[in-house]
Design a protein around this ligand. Sequence first.
Ligand code: ASP
Length: 429
Amino acid sequence: MKKLALHWQILIGMAAGVLFGILAAQFQWKTFVVDWIKPFGTIFINLLKVIAIPLIIASLIKGVSDLKDISKLSTIGFRTLAMFIGTTMFAISIGLIVVNIVRPGKLIDAEVRNELMANYAGDASKRIEAAAEQQAKGPLQPLIDLFPDNIIGAAGSNGNMLQVILFVTLFGIALVSVPEERARPVKAFFDSANDVILKLIDIIMLSAPYGVFALLAALVVESPSISLFTALIGYSACVLIGLATLILFFYPTLVRLFARKPAPFFLKGIAPAQLVAFSTSSSAATLPVTMECVEERLGVEEEVAGFVLPVGATVNMDGTSLYQAIAAVFIAQSMGMELSVAAQLGIIVTATLASIGAAAVPGAGMITLVIVLAQAGIPEAGLALIFAVDRPLDMCRTIANVTGDATVAMVVARSVGKLGEPKMEAGQG
Ligand code: ASP
């Protein structure tokens, strides 16, 4: 019998996890789920995260050194960054259009607002503190933070991915700059390390259906009461409409126009990464799967995927930026504030920066949202309003984040002649 494709297995795992979570909540098995099921979800995320830094190192060194010609790297780098910024700004504009048409803030009455604020005031203040810490550093601190003073230290934390990327790119450039026979052993080592790591990802992904089962079951038993969710339906619907526009129309159109590949091919190819993004809420944890999908199922050559995707996972977050724009306007609306056109244009700039600054981990977008609120003069305490639904929306915006990275990888790859035929049919494994 033909084995079920991995993304179907993952989907079944997700559905079973949600069902099990609902049953567990009914029968008061919360402690059992938290003690005995949730840990397997955590183990799955750890397995994905542990491979992220070795993967970036091996694939980037292989990628850059395969390019041989450094000017090609700068072409790829420039096009990638331009597309990252362009897609992010487009995403924010969609968010602003939707939230201004639907006006979900007007649907929240004073009573519900006070209840939400009272419930989540403590959580909100923690996010505000975290954002204040980020902001207290000087204006050039983010630039300084790109340059590690110790590479072992930088590679020691998944939070320093950009530092590792910078160092490894320089290392790759140096590698192609020494005579070929001197470079050969180092290059051969990283080429083969890269193959081993890709195999390792295949092995880890065998546990994905069980991992997502555990993650979703735990999420369902730990989520807040349904009545708070319903109050926020209008707001959540705006975010979901915006994200769906990106995922189902905007990205496939870019792929169709600029990478000359049909939408179903693209959406099928990236589906496993989307499912893992949804289950883990983290672009960083999803990176190994995104890389595999983009290379094996979408046909992007390693030189491009190995550069675009790690950088994209850390800085290109279209879903997050769209959510930040909607959340900011929603909070303002529900507090009775009217935001001027100028203030909303300001949000395009701050949400772009805030999404770049957000780490690729669960809930990060909400921390940097504080910066968007502060710049637009919206009270930060309003974060408490949107807390109840943040996790499910985080899961969905992470899908958009990884799909956006894959889109840029395809378009850039095609523009430099590095988009080939996929090694694996999208329907397979
Ligand atoms: N969870 C998102 C990601 O990792 C970031 C966020 O919006 O919170 O892509």
